[in-house]
Design a protein around this ligand. Structure first.
Ligand code: FAD
Length: 279
């Protein structure tokens, strides 16, 4: 069972609890991106199991009127087994999304997976004509060139700062350089797309900058934040008329995800310690 302290960050262990969380979050005008926890599978079996779980989840979501979509991780669908296994499983999930009218996001993992993930996305976005979105990371030096490749494809693009530690040669490692790259990439997206731009950030400065770009260029966009992070701001932005989505993970592998959230920010660490100690 998930302890109360982790429940702020994880929408339960089963699809049923994730659906209930989605229903409640929707009431505040915030959509939900569901992610079944699981990553770095080195064998075909678990990757196929999670693929089947997503197909089932999507079929069930398609029967509801929830404002929700899904987001998959390449290493959950088998990219560490082989690119071919990932491509096959990813295509199955996208096919299910297309059949049931459920949007399918793809997260971006470490830089060794970028080429394969981009190729797979380009292929499904072209074949299915939309209904899919891809995350790109502003900390990678290559991202601007990748955006030029992606910008005219159907579907959506989620820009994030990047969560993986990468070498200086391929990535900006200084926070201010990452922030600058984020602004430049966001500007490029707003200038070159009428819609389908997603700002995956909790940073009030980036969110304000996106609004500025929207006023200047008119492109439609959405803001995406994680469950348990700045939820008050998520609801406020939705009340102000912005399209907001909350990325909500669920599943039995909640512990490692929760500890990652706790480690990355001292406020979360304090919050977790207080909850555990009851002070
Ligand atoms: P930071 O640069 O960490 O912080 C900037 C400011 O934001 C802070 O000063 C503070 O004002 C505010 N802030 C940040 N965190 C908090 C907090 N916990 N509580 C209160 N205020 C806070 N990364 C990937 O590499 N691949 C992915 O596929 C991916 N998908 C993502 C999907 C979503 C929806 C989101 C929100 C993030 C995703 N990330 C992904 C993670 C991302 O790359 C960043 O590591 C993460 O979002 C932290 O950067 P930031 O822009 O939110 O703010």
């Amino acid at each position: 069972m998930i302890p109360p302290v982790a429940r702020d960050f994880v929408a339960g262990e089963e699809p049923a609890t994730a659906f209930e969380h989605t229903r409640q979050t929707n009431e505040a005008g915030v959509g939900v991106i569901l992610n079944k926890l699981g990553e770095h599978y080195h064998e075909r079996g678990p990757a196929e199991e999670d693929t089947a779980a997503y197909e089932q989840l999507i079929a069930e979501l398609g029967e509801t009127d929830l404002d929700s979509c899904v987001s998959v991780k390449p290493s959950q669908l088998g990219i560490d087994v082989s690119p071919a296994v990932f491509e096959e499983n990813y295509r199955r999930v996208v096919e299910a999304g297309s059949e049931h009218g459920v949007f399918v996001w793809c997260d971006m993992e470490d830089a060794t997976t970028t080429d394969t993930t981009l190729d797979a996305f380009e292929s499904v976005a072209t074949e299915f004509g939309g209904g899919v979105g891809l995350c790109v990371q502003a900390n990678l030096r290559r991202t601007r060139a990748d955006l030029e490749r992606l910008v005219d494809l159907p579907g959506k693009i989620r820009l994030v700062k990047g969560a993986y530690d990468e070498d200086e040669e391929i990535a900006y490692t200084d926070q201010s350089a990452v922030d600058e790259a984020f602004r430049e990439d966001l500007t490029y997206l707003f200038k070159n797309r009428d819609s389908g731009v997603a700002v995956g950030s909790h940073d009030p400065e980036m969110i304000a900058y996106a609004r500025e770009l929207h006023e200047r260029h008119g492109s439609d966009y959405e803001i995406q934040m994680l469950m348990g992070v700045r939820e008050e701001a998520q609801r406020r932005l939705a009340r102000e008329g912005r399209e907001v989505y909350q990325y909500a993970p669920y599943g039995s592998e909640w512990a490692s995800y929760f500890y990652r959230r706790v480690r990355e920010r001292k406020e979360n660490l304090l919050f977790a310690a207080r909850a555990v100690l009851g002070v």
